[in-house]
Design a protein around this ligand. Structure first.
Ligand SMILES: Nc1ncnc2c1ncn2[C@@H]1O[C@H](COP(=O)(O)OP(=O)(O)OP(=O)(O)O)[C@@H](O)[C@H]1O
Ligand SMILES: [Mg+2]
Length: 245
């Protein structure tokens, strides 16, 4: 589903992502872990088109998407969320999801409709599925932090992605919010047959849902494999897990 070959990115001579390759099968759930500054967000930005790689290729379901702008990659089926929450804080929860649907589908023949009515049913269904239906009319910026992150997931889902990249989906959440969000992610991935690539600092979350883990360290891929294998990899323990476990 996603074939990443030799991605490299330098910032003024500093190598942030150093020849990283990764293959992700359809419906696989893959975690990218590594200490702060390891290059995880940069790696995601290279995949989604928010940054242009110096070298390397990104192939999404047979399409070479390397160097395409983010909206084109999104149209080909790749959605994402950001490490920092990225919602419209002054719009309602429902309007946020409607905006996502509108951005993806366009107005089509529905040119004369008022924006409030556009995709209302689909937006409500989406909110239902992510557990935010009860707060549909709440101004998004006033939601609890965990719910804002869930809304961001809803906006990403509005583009009907097949592959979803989530940069620290539970960052800053309480233990309860984290648990809820992970269960939600698992259910949505299952229901929609999604392929998931996510970064995460919470090892409990990583080992709970990842089927494969790639470890980045100083821009390089240090290890890759099933969780049980990565967990006992001596190099990984030394540079990363040792700090936490
Ligand atoms: N636009 C940029 N210009 C210069 N350096 C950058 C830029 N973006 C990232 N970097 C540097 O590249 C390295 C990797 O950063 P990145 O944000 O990808 O790490 P990360 O693994 O996501 O870290 P964190 O766990 O803290 O989110 C860091 O040293 C960072 O300072
Ligand atoms: Mg990051």
């Amino acid at each position: 589903m996603l074939e990443i070959q030799g991605l490299r990115k330098t910032f003024a001579g500093f190598v942030a992502v150093n020849d990283v390759s990764l293959t992700i099968e359809a419906r696989q759930i893959v975690a990218v872990i590594g200490p702060n500054g390891a290059g995880k967000s940069t790696f995601f930005n290279l995949i989604t088109g928010h940054l242009r790689p110096d070298t390397g290729r990104v192939v999404l379901d047979g399409h070479d998407v390397t160097g395409l702008p983010p909206h084109r990659i999104c149209r080909l089926g790749m959605g994402r969320s950001f490490q920092l929450t990225n919602i419209f804080p002054r719009l309602t929860v429902l309007q946020n999801v409607q905006a996502g649907l509108l951005a993806h589908r366009g107005r089509g023949r529905d040119f004369w409709s008022r924006s409030e009515t556009m995709f209302r049913d689909d937006a409500e269904a989406l909110l239902q599925s992510i557990g935010l239906a009860a707060v549909a009319d709440v101004i998004a910026g006033t939601l609890a932090y965990g719910n804002q992150k869930q809304l961001e997931l809803g906006i990403a889902l509005a583009s009907d992605p097949r592959v979803l990249l989530l940069d620290e989906p539970t960052a800053g959440m309480s233990a309860g919010e984290t648990h809820e969000t992970i269960s939600l992610l698992q259910r949505i991935a299952e229901e929609r047959g999604l392929t998931l690539l996510f970064t995460e600092h919470d090892m409990a979350v990583v080992f709970r849902i990842a089927q494969k883990i790639a470890v980045l360290y100083q821009g390089r891929k240090l290890a890759e494999g099933p969780p049980a294998e990565v967990r006992v990899n001596p190099e990984v323990r030394r540079v990363y897990l040792g700090e936490h476990a």
